[in-house]
Design a protein around this ligand. Structure first.
Ligand SMILES: Nc1ncnc2c1ncn2[C@@H]1O[C@H](COP(=O)(O)OP(=O)(O)OP(=O)(O)O)[C@@H](O)[C@H]1O
Length: 588
């Protein structure tokens, strides 16, 4: 289940390549990247590109029209507008770079530490951040201009400090969102230092939103810088777009077109930064969908494969199921031609090592594959109907009512914001169409049935007020509340402690027998298989390598992989005596 709930993101390099490629395949992203590249190249190679030095005056070219070596004409002092635009790009981008560097280094560093360590550090940093945000940036810049002089670089340093709270808040919130992830705990437990965890694990996760913020702030800095220069607060000796705007504005009635060029340079550059940020954001919102997906083969249509099973007792028959996820090289198959059969009232164990495709097979039956996942071929016959790739509305009618699901992690499957009672009654009201009162009465009976000592108290409790074992019982109660024909349980006892595991397993077995439910039990625990299953399919690398009734599997495993799995479990242990109920006994 872990892999299913944690989509594969590939290596950082691959992800970076993916982002770059998809930004460049987005027309607006490509346009923005091309324009910004031109501006950056102009800034870097200004001395080579500009035909004249930025300050070279030609007295007879004052306000001259384009021509005679001045591509865009002369400004009010007889300087080449084109050359000043090119040098202006250099100074304007440098100013923006200063503001971003200051803002991002202060904001991201403090956000990382405040978010990660929390406590007083976070309180103090948040006060400072809130204080800075409360100050009006423009007034502060004017005040500093008065005392520090006309350097636009100094103004940009101060502006960077004023922008730092934006980065601080973003980073702190992102860190708060990821610092309790299991992989961060695992890194901590494995002895990594806090600094290393922050740099290796957390920074990597938060980098994309920070890049988007950088892009937006770059645009804002250019606008503010140009505004200050336009007000005459820059160094008149340094060519900048804002300074050019001021100069052109002064001569607006003589040469109205002169204002066009710096205005265009500022607008195009700022728009490019914003479009680039949007393109990156769009890419991130698409998750891991790669650009190639459109070219991949369409999934099979429902009912396109084979005929319904002849066996009237068969509730579920999975035939040659192939499940894939898009990757840079096409579809990666994670389930490779799985076939399973399940009769009414039967419990089928799906065993295999981690990553063998058990959960993906179960999720395909539920129609709940993670984003991008598809059934590429095969069929899933449920009660005489092929439900592979059934439209979502149709699938929704089956889920909950006819096919129910018990997850591995009870706590994360209960919404902490709602009482247990609401979470139990809501599906019944929606799926069965009964009244709230009826649903409540039924929920209380179910809670008593799954072994809650005080059903009413559990009904009124929030998820954090009950234990993991109780939460799993609640989820089992919810799963059976609409009398499903098929229950899919994905490692339902793995997250529980050993004594509770046995009780929950016993509960599942009793309920299965009482309701004559068919159950697919995903597990890697042969003890669980022996306790509750009638038949078992062993999976390896996305394929079923052996299917047999449980007794034969333990007595005479056929496949080497099954022998190896059993050997690993049964080494030095006397196999327990096993006698599951037969389907007939269960139905009787
Ligand atoms: N969203 C996804 N995108 C791409 N590959 C995935 C995705 N989810 C799962 N996989 C891959 O599918 C394969 C099978 O995963 P699955 O979760 O079915 O394994 P499992 O047998 O249930 O293992 P476990 O017992 O650890 O849950 C794994 O190689 C996994 O990496």
């Amino acid at each position: 289940m872990s892999a299913a709930s944690t989509p594969q993101t590939g290596t950082p390099a691959a992800t970076r390549d993916g982002i770059v490629r998809s930004v460049l395949t987005n027309p607006l992203g490509l346009l923005a990247a091309a324009l910004l590249t031109m501006v950056i190249l102009a800034a870097v190679f200004a001395p080579q590109i500009a035909p004249f030095p930025a300050d070279e005056l030609q007295i007879f070219k004052i306000n001259a029209p384009p021509g005679d070596g001045y591509f865009l004409g002369g400004d009010g002092s007889g300087r080449d507008i084109f050359s000043r635009l090119v040098y202006g790009a250099r100074n304007t981008l440098t100013g923006a770079l200063i503001a971003i560097s200051v803002a991002a280094s202060i904001g991201v560093t403090s956000g990382l530490f405040a978010g990660y360590f929390g406590g007083r550090r976070e309180v103090v940093m948040s006060w400072i951040s809130d204080g800075l945000m409360a100050l009006p940036s423009l007034i502060v810049l004017l005040a500093f201009y008065q005392s520090l002089g006309s350097s636009i670089q100094v103004s940009m340093v101060i502006f960077g400090v004023m922008l730092a709270p934006g980065f601080y808040r973003l980073t702190r919130n992102l860190v708060n969102g990821v610092k309790h992830e299991l992989y961060v705990d695992a890194a901590r437990v494995s002895g990594l230092s806090d600094l290393r965890i922050i740099v290796r694990h957390i920074l990597l996760v938060i980098r994309a939103p920070v890049i988007i913020q950088v892009s937006i702030v770059a645009g804002v800095s250019i606008v503010i810088q140009a505004g200050l220069e336009f007000l005459g607060l820059g160094d008149p000796a340094v060519p900048t777009w804002g300074g050019m705007l001021q100069d052109a504005f002064a001569n607006m009635f003589v040469v109205p077109t002169a204002i066009l060029w710096p205005g265009l340079a500022i607008s195009v550059t700022v728009a490019s930064f914003v479009l680039l940020a949007n393109a990156i954001r769009d890419r991130l919102q698409q998750g891991n969908r790669v650009a190639k997906v459109a070219a991949l083969p369409a999934p099979v249509a429902a009912s396109a494969v084979g005929a319904a099973p002849g066996d009237k007792d068969a509730l579920l028959e999975v035939r040659d199921l192939v499940v894939g996820y898009p990757s840079a090289d096409g579809w990666t198959e994670v389930v490779k031609g799985v076939s399973l059969q399940l009769r009414r009232g039967e419990v089928l164990g799906l065993v295999g090592e981690s990553g063998s495709g058990k959960t993906q097979t179960a999720f395909a039956v539920l129609g709940l594959l993670s984003t991008g996942g598809r059934i590429l071929s095969g069929s899933i016959w449920f009660d005489g109907r092929d439900i592979a790739n059934l439209p979502e509305e149709e699938m929704r009618k089956l889920r909950g009512k006819r096919i129910a699901y018990v997850p591995q992690e009870p706590m994360s499957n209960l919404d902490p914001a709602f009482r247990i009672g609401y979470q139990l009654t809501e599906p019944m009201v929606t799926v069965l169409g009964i009244s709230r009162g009826e649903a409540k009465a039924r929920a209380l009976k179910l809670l008593a049935r799954v072994g809650m000592p005080n059903p009413l108290r559990t009904f009124n409790a929030y998820p954090h007020q009950i234990s993991g074992g109780m939460a799993q019982r609640v989820l089992i109660a919810r799963a059976i509340s609409c009398n499903p024909d098929l229950l899919i349980a994905d490692e339902p006892t793995t997250a529980l402690d050993v004594t509770v595991q046995a009780e929950v397993l016993e509960l599942l077995r009793d309920l299965q027998a009482e309701m004559n439910m068919s159950v697919v039990l995903v597990t890697h625990n042969f003890g669980v298989v022996a306790d509750i299953c009638h038949r078992v399919s062993v999976m390896k690398d996305g394929k079923v390598v052996e299917t047999s009734d449980v007794r034969s599997l333990f007595a005479d495993p056929q496949h080497d992989y099954t022998k190896m799995l059993l050997g690993a479990v049964l080494d030095d242990v006397t196999p327990r005596v096993y006698r599951p109920l037969s389907v007939k006994e269960v139905s009787a």
